[in-house]
Design a protein around this ligand. Structure first.
Ligand code: DP6
Length: 323
């Protein structure tokens, strides 16, 4: 009754921000992302009849707060589907900093969903796994399918899942992640999602989302970097505009975040295929073509305030270890 799964985090090109059902993580708008091959969460789940409650450790640290409750809720759903009542021990490791805007919850809950369902003897298809992962963390539903992924906007549990729009080998995009801080973020995404509706700008952002999704999807399908760059930066800035105009306001950027955004803009003006996007944290994801990725990573590393640059290529789906 044990299994280990590996899943990649994803970077959203069109962001999920704000939910219509916080418990089920049903988003206010659809989103599109790319899995990040070099980064991963590895999660082992073992159902053990000698346990009196579920246990969860992350990078060797015993967790018993909100993190355990979310894990517990996925395990509860799996137990219900499998018709068992055994408790489980969950051990998860990330090969990248947790909680710093690199969506460790996405890869973590994607890996947990596959490992837990396999360990319980279930054989869930991609759609069912994506829905299950979503109930742990919304963006986790996008770490189940491969490559470039869309999470469709649907106001209900059954239809809210993600699917691949192009495999990883479709486009040689590179994400150079400029780390500005590796601290845990001060305000969790879940709190942020619930506050989004307090911003006057959120209705306009959500109303325009289908248009941005169409542009982004087409840009990916046609490998049109310039179209992608414009819509990715617009979408990131719209989300941060909502964040800083919510009550209370949330400003995730640090001075170095802005330094990087401005540098990326100036590089694009002189012809480098590069654009930025920022999640709920200060780190900047700099997307570029493979031909310029070494130069871009090198330029980022030299900017003031950049601690480290991680480089990731389009990644595959969640997988069981040894498969
Ligand atoms: C800014 O999926 O982490 O990264 O559903 O509450 O766990 P919960 O939120 P989460 O939110 C992700 C927010 C984002 C944008 C995105 O990845 O789409």
């Amino acid at each position: 009754m044990q299994a280990t799964a590996i899943a990649h985090p994803n970077i959203a090109f069109i962001k999920y921000w704000g939910d219509v059902d916080p418990d089920l993580h049903i988003p206010a708008n659809g989103s599109i992302s790319m899995n990040l091959r070099e980064l991963y969460s590895r999660t082992n789940v073992s159902f053990d009849p000698s346990l009196h409650h579920d246990q969860f450790s992350l990078d060797g640290r015993h967790i018993d707060d909100d993190g355990l409750q979310r894990v517990n809720s996925i395990l509860g759903r799996v137990r219900k589907m499998a018709g068992i009542n055994t408790f489980a021990s969950v051990e998860s490791h990330n090969n990248f900093p947790t909680g710093a805007g690199i969506a460790s919850s996405a890869s973590g809950f994607a890996a947990l969903s596959l490992a837990a369902s396999k360990a319980a003897g279930l054989d869930l298809d991609e759609k069912a796994l994506s829905r299950l992962a979503r109930t742990g963390s919304g963006s986790a539903c996008r770490s189940i399918p491969a490559g470039f992924v869309e999470w469709q906007a649907a106001g209900n549990d059954v239809d809210s899942y993600a699917f691949s729009i192009a495999p990883p080998e479709h486009w040689d995009l590179v994400d150079c992640i400029a780390l500005v801080s590796q601290d845990e973020k001060p305000i969790s995404s879940s709190v942020g999602h619930s506050l989004a509706k307090t911003s006057l700008l959120q209705p306009a952002r959500v109303a325009d989302a289908p248009r941005r999704l169409d542009i982004c999807r087409e840009a990916i399908l046609h490998r049109d970097f310039n179209a992608l760059a414009d819509v990715v930066e617009l979408d990131s800035n719209l989300m941060h505009a909502v964040m800083i105009t919510s009550t209370p306001p949330m400003l995730y950027w640090q001075p170095a975040t802005v330094t990087i955004m401005q540098a990326v803009e100036s590089w694009r003006k002189v012809g480098l295929m590069v654009c930025y996007t920022v999640d709920a944290g200060p780190n900047v994801h700099v997307l570029c073509s493979r031909e310029v990725s070494v130069e871009v990573a090198d330029r980022l590393q030299k900017l003031s305030g950049v601690q480290k640059v991680l480089v990731a290529h389009p990644g595959g789906p969640v997988n069981l270890e040894n498969e």
